[in-house]
Design a protein around this ligand. Structure first.
Ligand code: TRP
Length: 329
């Protein structure tokens, strides 16, 4: 069984883009692999959340991932901060991560621009902590999106450097997990780009029917096709893409044909789309609400996860310490 590690950002509610972009595939991934999923709450400190928000964000994400199908019996799900071994490995890896390469990381340069009033060392060493998350379980594969590819590349670099420095073949070089199917990038409802939390153009798994209807009915469209088989504009293409994942094939075909024949009524299409989204998210939402209030269950999940994660983390730390040369008196 291949060891797979995946870090989950703890930034509150998840949307359809998160679901179809990754979470949906985790269900399958955990069947064939030894998966570790953790909620990256240490990482979240780079933006200085207040203590109350920190906990509620972690809880929300935990509950939403469980509701989407991560099975704590099959996978190990834990909180990053419940595994301080990660922090120790981070310290050790920092000794041979170089300022120059960290400063050149795309995500760091981006952060300097976006939060210029808070360029902390945690941001600079974000990729080192991420490498520690992965190497603490000596994982071979990591499911990452485009925006995380450079971080994974740096993880390989740190692993290789460690091996070279101590002349060992200890850390594996983790590579991207291949879901075996093309990932669908879910667009937003605003006619451009991808669905995102900060863009405010998404449907959350937690949204109720009324909110979903309102959001979908407000989705950006165009003034309608003028001639038969006209090329589909960006906003309409986006709506079709969303329908592709939430609606029946026939429904999608029906509206595509209407479009081609210049008979489409966007209002009808949106109504249908809202209905299909609601049908899709309702069971997940119900599960989220149920889990949210089951404190005893959540406590058990997190505790079991920590215990399982500890086993592999402690083994790694013990071996790494030996390799580095720390010895007991
Ligand atoms: N940086 C990742 C993100 O923003 C989250 C993350 C932290 C992660 N540590 C990780 C992902 C380790 C994979 C493996 O989405």
């Amino acid at each position: 069984m291949t060891t797979v590690v995946s870090g989950i950002r703890s930034t509150g509610n998840l949307h359809l883009g998160n679901y179809f972009g990754a979470m949906k595939n985790f269900k399958k991934m955990q069947e064939k692999n030894n998966c570790y999923f953790f909620i990256a709450d240490y990482h979240s400190l780079t933006t200085h959340p207040n203590p109350k928000d920190l906990h509620s964000n972690v809880k929300q994400v935990l509950v939403e991932y469980l509701a989407s199908g991560i099975d704590p019996e099959k996978s190990t799900i834990y909180l990053q901060s419940d595994l301080p071994e990660t922090a120790e490995l981070y310290l050790l890896l920092n000794m041979n991560a170089y300022i120059g390469e960290l400063e050149r990381t795309a995500s760091f340069k981006d952060k300097i621009r976006k939060q210029s009033d808070n360029v902390n060392a945690g941001l600079l060493t974000y990729p080192v902590l991420m490498a520690a998350d992965i190497l603490i379980h000596n994982a071979l594969q990591v499911p990452v999106g485009k925006d995380q590819e450079q971080h994974l590349e740096m993880c390989r670099k740190f692993a290789k450097r460690f091996n070279r420095m101590y002349n060992v073949n200890y850390f594996k070089e983790p590579y991207p997990y291949n879901f075996g199917e093309k990932l669908i990038k879910i667009p937003g409802l605003d006619g451009t780009g991808k669905m995102g939390k900060s863009e405010g153009n998404g449907v959350f798994l937690m949204d109720d029917a009324k909110i979903i209807k309102k959001k979908v009915m407000r989705a950006v469209t165009d003034s309608g096709p003028k001639r038969k088989n006209q090329e589909v504009s960006e906003p309409i293409k986006n709506l079709f893409t969303i329908m592709e994942v939430v609606s029946e094939k026939e429904t999608l075909m029906f509206f595509k044909e209407k479009y081609a024949n210049c008979e489409i009524r966007y209002g009808d299409m949106k109504k249908q789309m809202a209905e299909d989204i609601i049908k899709f998210t309702t069971p997940i939402r119900e599960k989220i609400l149920e889990l949210y209030h089951n404190e005893a269950y959540l406590r058990k999940v997190v505790k079991n996860g920590q215990e399982k994660a500890k086993i592999s983390a402690q083994k790694t730390i013990k071996e790494v310490r030996e390799i580095i040369g720390f010895k007991k008196f």
